[in-house]
Design a protein around this ligand. Structure first.
Ligand code: CA
Length: 391
């Protein structure tokens, strides 16, 4: 029996994130809870709980009272030293995409990131466009290409044209990038026409995942005007295998830096609480950046209020992401576009350097946050290796 240390390596009793697993001798997907370096198989520990399911979506739809009572049951079982026969070593399970995203929206909520991109692409203009401080800018991504951590990322091909090129060309992207983000997983849906006010955030959002919004910058740069990101983004978005419930993040809420001008009333000015989640961006085992989520401009509750203010409905498993997290400092930038300042200054990676991601590179995003027990919890990592383009 492997003992769980006081903080369980960030996966102790104060965390207990959810995932979906199979094992070599049981290929049917079921829900599990991570505890230390093991996984509690809920289908085996609570056989009548409906935990044999392809994803968390059914559980997500049940709402906060059910989320809280299941969490309490699991904590009581594990805190009492029970459940030994239902705990599987992490290396004995295969983890799958934990929820089925029906919709996926990506925001652009970091003032530093949006300003940096503005300065890089439009050096002679105001870095932020006029709407940016009045609404959380976002776009709809491709829910069907959200993949679980560990999935290989085939270098996408596409059409691109540098300003100096006489005509567009087609081929593998030469500017593959990462974007370190935080994703929010919706549990309780809404009816078409209904709004979710910022105050109702915790009634609808179940928890968070780490998220890498892989980006083909050369494809993006040619296609994005006037309707926004498309094929430069839609080839893959990686999320962590573990969904951390909001209940585990109660000690992580913090005030965001502040908003000026005051947003419209539906964006709940003054209710700008964010999460003190620290991110690490690693390429081939070397940390290249440490973006702080607490530096974001728009709060998650404001993003949800904005996403639904026109009556767009939510469904269980909906995913919305923060946008690239970039802090003020040079070592807090959440993309290679910014770290290289528009591909001009290579980033040191161990003994080598990078302008953009190369075939074989493994990107790992790591996340940690204050736990309710006084220590820190470690959110699920987001890993992906770049595979060569298809011929
Ligand atoms: Ca993004």
């Amino acid at each position: 029996m492997s003992a769980v240390t006081a903080d369980g390596g960030g996966f102790g009793l104060d965390h207990l994130p959810y995932g979906v697993l199979t094992t070599a001798d049981d290929g049917e997907r079921r829900v599990g809870v991570r505890y230390g370096d093991r996984v509690l198989d809920l289908a085996s520990a609570f056989p009548d709980g409906g935990w044999r399911a392809p994803s968390l979506n059914g559980f997500l739809a049940r709402g906060r009272a059910a989320w809280d009572s299941v969490r309490a049951e699991v904590r009581v079982l594990l805190a009492g030293g029970g459940g030994e026969e239902h705990l599987l070593p992490l290396e004995a399970v295969t983890l799958h995409l934990p929820f089925e995203p029906r919709d996926y929206v990506d925001f652009y909520a970091s003032e530093q990131h949006a300003s940096n991109v503005g300065r890089i692409f439009r050096p002679d203009a105001e870095p932020l466009l006029p709407n940016w401080k009045h609404l959380p800018v976002g776009y709809h991504g491709r829910a069907g290409t959200v993949v679980v951590s560990g999935t290989g990322i085939v270098r996408p091909s596409g059409q691109r044209k540098n300003p100096s090129d006489p005509a567009p060309v087609f081929g593998p992207t030469g500017r593959l990038d990462l974007e370190a983000e935080l994703g929010f997983v919706v549990g309780v849906g809404t009816a078409l026409g209904e709004r979710v006010p910022a105050e109702a955030f915790a009634d609808h959002v179940f928890g968070v995942v780490g998220l890498n919004d892989w980006s083909a910058r050369d494809v993006q740069g040619w296609e994005y005007v006037p309707l926004g990101p498309f094929l430069g983004k839609s080839f893959a978005t990686t999320v962590s295998a573990w969904v951390t419930p909001l209940a585990a993040l109660e000690a992580a809420w913090t005030d965001l830096p502040g908003q000026d001008p005051t947003p419209l009333p539906y964006l709940a000015p003054g209710r700008t609480r964010g999460l003190a989640i620290d991110v690490e961006v690693e390429i081939d085992g070397h940390v290249v950046s440490r973006p702080p989520y607490a530096s974001m401009y728009w709060s998650p509750a404001q993003m949800l209020a904005h996403l639904t203010v026109n009556g767009a409905s939510l469904t269980p498993g909906d995913l919305f992401a923060s946008g690239t997290i970039s802090g003020r400092e040079r070592d807090q930038l959440g993309s290679l576009l910014e770290l290289t300042w528009g591909w001009r200054e290579p980033v040191r990676v161990g003994d080598g350097e990078r302008i953009a991601l190369e075939d074989g590179d493994e990107v790992v995003l790591r996340y940690s946050a204050p736990g309710t027990g006084g220590g820190r919890i470690t959110l699920g990592e987001v890993a992906g290796r770049v595979l060569p383009a298809r011929p």
